[in-house]
Design a protein around this ligand. Structure first.
Ligand code: ARG
Length: 393
């Protein structure tokens, strides 16, 4: 008797190979599930087509776009989450994908959940930590378990007539928050990414020749409007991607430290994320106190580390969410940005919770008697002065 298995499926090489491996080597009846987290519609369609060609037991597309924006990306924005310069597009989506697959596996009375991750990356940790903490499903990772290389997968695909996407030589992962490009010549950190690696962003040379002014409005730390047009977060991210991408913003090329300790060269396109995070930080400067801001820097780093490292359900992350939410109650207002040739500048900001006191900062202000500061200066740096005098003796 074959066993029902739900496979997290993208229609790419790894997951397509997994369908046949599961059938042949694991005696499985495969349900392929493609979770829509805002990847291009062509990818969703392709997954459907490939599943069809592979003649799977059943294929399901699960729309999780709004949930991704409202419950995952929103947290990334509020936390200014960025790991080594990468705004965590793939990392934020994985827990949600795993949750959706669990739901489906329960509905379908499956016995196991499978994924196409190799034993080298981070995604195996992200999927499995959620599956383990939220269910008792058996986990199958055929590519890892059979220790396959990419070339071996390609050969196996050819032998079995598994369709391979002709579009790219790279391994690409896309969702509404960003596009990750890995593999092939990019594996060697000295190789310059070719222009074909990019899809969402113009090169600086081809970026628009006119600067653009953009207004972004936030409520409780979350974007609610761009250029006074109120829209659901998912739509605002799409708009931000288009605007920033056309100005050559959001290309990232970094050496990233993976969970398993390997350093890896990673290329990303994250135009919208770059724009929205810049705007968010610009507004925080206006409304949060000096102590809050410096404290938040550490919080952001720890938060990003947890998300990257597959610890979405770590209690510390929940604690930090509560802390961040409390601070974000005042991150409401407007930010004006100028974008031009790959650069973003915050050029204006306004908020009902602004801690900036225009009257007191003004050189024309007479309400505060300047002379009162003299007493404060006398004591400011007192220990430094004592120390310097002591050293001179
Ligand atoms: N390095 C990134 C991360 O771990 C992206 C991985 C994306 N996977 C891919 N097949 N391109 O979050």
């Amino acid at each position: 008797m074959s066993e029902k298995v739900v496979l997290a499926f993208s229609g790419g090489l790894d997951t397509s190979v997994c369908v046949k491996l599961l059938e042949e080597n694991y005696n499985s009846e495969v349900i392929t599930a493609c979770v829509d987290v805002g990847q291009p519609i062509e990818d969703i369609k392709r997954a459907e087509e490939v599943a069809n060609i592979l003649d799977v037991y059943k294929h399901v597309t699960i729309d999780a776009k709004d949930e991704f924006a409202n419950d995952f990306i929103s947290k990334g924005i509020k936390a200014n989450a960025s790991y080594e310069g990468y705004p965590l597009s793939t990392a934020l989506a994985r827990p949600l994908i795993a949750m959706k697959i669990i739901e489906l596996a329960k509905k379908e009375n499956a016995v196991a959940i499978a994924h196409g991750c190799t034993g080298k990356g981070n995604d195996q940790f992200r999927f499995e930590s959620i599956i383990k903490s939220m269910s008792d499903f058996k986990i199958i990772a055929p590519v890892r378990e059979m220790n396959l290389t990419r070339t071996e997968e390609q050969l196996y695909a050819e032998e079995r007539g598994i369709p391979i996407s002709p579009d790219s030589i790279f391994s690409i992962d896309e969702n509404i928050w960003g596009r990750s490009i890995e593999g092939d010549l990019l594996e060697d950190p000295i190789n310059i990414p070719p222009e074909e690696a990019y899809d969402w962003t113009s090169s600086i040379a081809n970026a628009k020749d006119d600067e653009e002014i953009i207004t972004i409005e936030f409520e409780n730390g979350i974007p609610i409007a761009i250029n006074d047009d109120k829209k659901p977060l998912i739509d605002l991210i799409k708009i931000a991607n288009e605007i920033a991408g056309s100005h050559g913003i959001g290309r990232i090329d970094i050496i990233e430290d993976r969970i398993i300790g390997l350093k890896s060269r990673e290329v990303y396109e994250v135009p919208g994320a770059t724009l929205l995070l810049e705007a968010h930080k610009g507004l925080e400067q206006l409304v949060l106190s000096k102590s809050e801001l410096s404290f938040l820097e550490g919080v952001s780093t720890i938060y990003a580390d947890l998300v990257y490292s597959a610890l979405w359900q770590e209690p510390l992350k929940e604690d930090l969410d509560a802390l961040i939410d409390s601070m974000q109650k005042r991150v409401t207002g407007k930010v004006i940005l100028k974008v031009f040739k790959g650069r973003i500048a915050v050029v204006g900001r306004e908020s009902p919770f602004s801690l900036h006191d225009i009257d007191q900062i003004s050189f024309e202000d007479k309400t505060n008697d300047q002379r009162e500061i003299e007493g404060m200066i006398k004591h400011h740096g007192l220990q430094a002065a004592i120390y310097q005098k002591l050293m001179k003796k």
